[in-house]
Design a protein around this ligand. Structure first.
Ligand code: NAD
Length: 429
């Protein structure tokens, strides 16, 4: 099919590449001219395993192309996906101006029947708003369908998640749109759930809020474990093997971050409030999350006492492993809190250093993870990169003034670290 995706970021670019990979002809539109130029030259603006090869292969075959002209994308395709940002506003509600802008741009370019699919994460009833907007701004007065097709990909695993999704949710009003959406998604061989538009929109917020809740749950358990002398990793294992619960998302740490969970959680609380329900359970999820960070910083200051004039090595800047995304990263938040206390930082991340530089200034960026500890008073693990498990602990021990590690991601074994002579503080054990 001929498909257009408006917004070529994490979601739009990966979706475009994967649609092209299964044989559709895809135009990716972005209003950031430098991004489009980079993509046309064969570069990609984000780090995502396997993405660059897939983009290059499909661009070479002619199935994937890039433009900053929305009208061209609308004219040449039957189905237009919207994958633009839906950032939070200061009160937690969603800034819908990007979606509204794109709805108007699509409307202005429409001269025949189109299916407009919202892939961005949006508040329930956005489909109605998009329909009204298109009706209002489309001069040609043609028929169209608005579909909700929320995206569940995880950054760092985005290509795999897109190619082999757990499920595909499609919120529709007409059979014509159902048929087209099924044709697009059949090659992906995943269960397709057809719902009404409101339910599809709500599924995304409900899913992300539940995952955030699971993380806050295990973080709260970690506090109890620490106070009671239990080991949260063993508890997570013990409860996670229950199929009704599942082990995933039961990893204690310094809290969740990123461009999705915090914003989707605030948005869902706000949306619920607007329809008359005070979602206090989710407010508590937020509270536990911010306290988790405060507790970790306190662990550092309790041990090192005064941070002024201390040097701390920090491993990890991305909001989680396998990505270069630092938006709302707890690791960056942690670094800034340590800086505020007067600490000088030496930092390293396998992928996120370039993206961190504009956000995190006045630190020393170190290319080699094994050189981070050089001359530091302590080492902090802030992101759960798998490669950090291979850190040269003997070298770090020699490089530090005293072997102290604060492991915010429980990457090492406390007993083993103790045996090696480390003062090792982790989460919930
Ligand atoms: P992003 O910031 O990486 O990409 C958005 C792109 O849209 C940018 O390249 C921007 O230049 C472009 N854009 C903005 N306005 C435009 C316009 N008027 N015309 C054309 N292009 C425009 O954002 P993202 O992370 O891909 O998120 C997009 C949506 O998907 C959000 O609603 C987000 O909540 C949702 N989502 C994100 C993820 C994720 O892991 N990143 C997962 C699922 C859903």
């Amino acid at each position: 099919m001929n498909l257009t995706i408006i917004g070529t970021g994490y979601v739009g670019l990966v979706t475009g590449a994967c649609f092209a990979e299964v044989g559709h002809r895809v135009i990716c539109v972005d209003n950031d001219a430098s991004k489009v130029e980079l993509l046309k030259r064969g570069g990609i603006p984000i780090y995502e395993p396997g993405l660059q090869e897939m983009v290059q292969k499909n661009t070479a075959s002619g199935r994937l192309s890039f433009t900053n002209n929305t009208a061209e994308g609308v004219e040449k395709s039957d189905v237009i996906f919207i994958a633009v940002p839906t950032p939070p506003q200061p009160d937690g509600s969603v800034d819908m101006s990007f979606i509204e802008r794109v709805a108007r741009d699509i409307a202005a370019a429409m001269t025949e029947y189109k299916i407009v699919v919202d892939k961005s994460t949006v508040p329930v009833k956005t489909g109605d708003r998009v329909s009204e907007t298109i009706k209002r701004y489309c001069k040609a007065k043609v028929d169209f369908d608005v579909v909700s097709n929320p995206e569940f990909l995880r950054e760092g695993f985005a290509v795999g998640d897109l190619m082999k999704p757990d499920r595909i949710v499609i919120g529709v009003r007409s059979q014509r749109a159902v048929a087209a959406m099924k044709e697009i998604y059949t090659p992906f061989k995943a269960p397709i759930i057809i719902t009404d538009v409101n339910s599809a929109e709500l599924i995304k917020h409900a899913a992300n809020s539940f995952l955030a809740l699971k993380i806050s749950y295990i973080n709260a358990i970690s506090v109890v474990c620490e106070a009671a002398g239990a080991n949260v990793m063993q508890v997570a294992e013990g409860i996670g093997l229950d199929e009704r619960i599942g082990r995933r998302f039961l990893n204690p740490g310094i809290g969740f971050g990123g461009s999705c969970f915090p914003k989707d959680l605030s948005a869902f609380i706000k949306i619920s409030e607007q329809v008359g329900y005070s979602f206090r359970l989710l407010q508590e999820v937020q509270r536990i999350n911010s306290e988790q960070m405060e507790r970790f910083v306190k662990k550092i200051t309790d041990t090192l006492w005064v941070l002024k004039d201390k040097k701390i090595g920090v491993l990890g800047l991305a909001f989680k492993q396998n990505t270069d995304d630092v938006r709302m990263s707890p690791a960056i938040d942690l670094c800034q809190r340590l800086q505020k206390e007067g600490a000088a930082l030496r930092v390293h991340d396998p992928q996120a250093m370039e993206k961190a530089k504009p956000l995190l200034k006045g630190v020393t960026y170190v290319d080699d993870m094994n050189a981070v500890a050089e001359g530091c008073d302590a080492l902090v693990i802030a992101t759960e990169w798998e490669e950090f498990k291979a850190l040269d602990l003997d070298r770090a021990q020699k490089a530090l003034t005293h072997p102290i590690m604060f492991d915010g991601r429980n990457l090492f074994d406390p007993a083993e670290m103790g045996k090696r002579g480390w003062i090792y503080k982790s989460i919930g054990r």
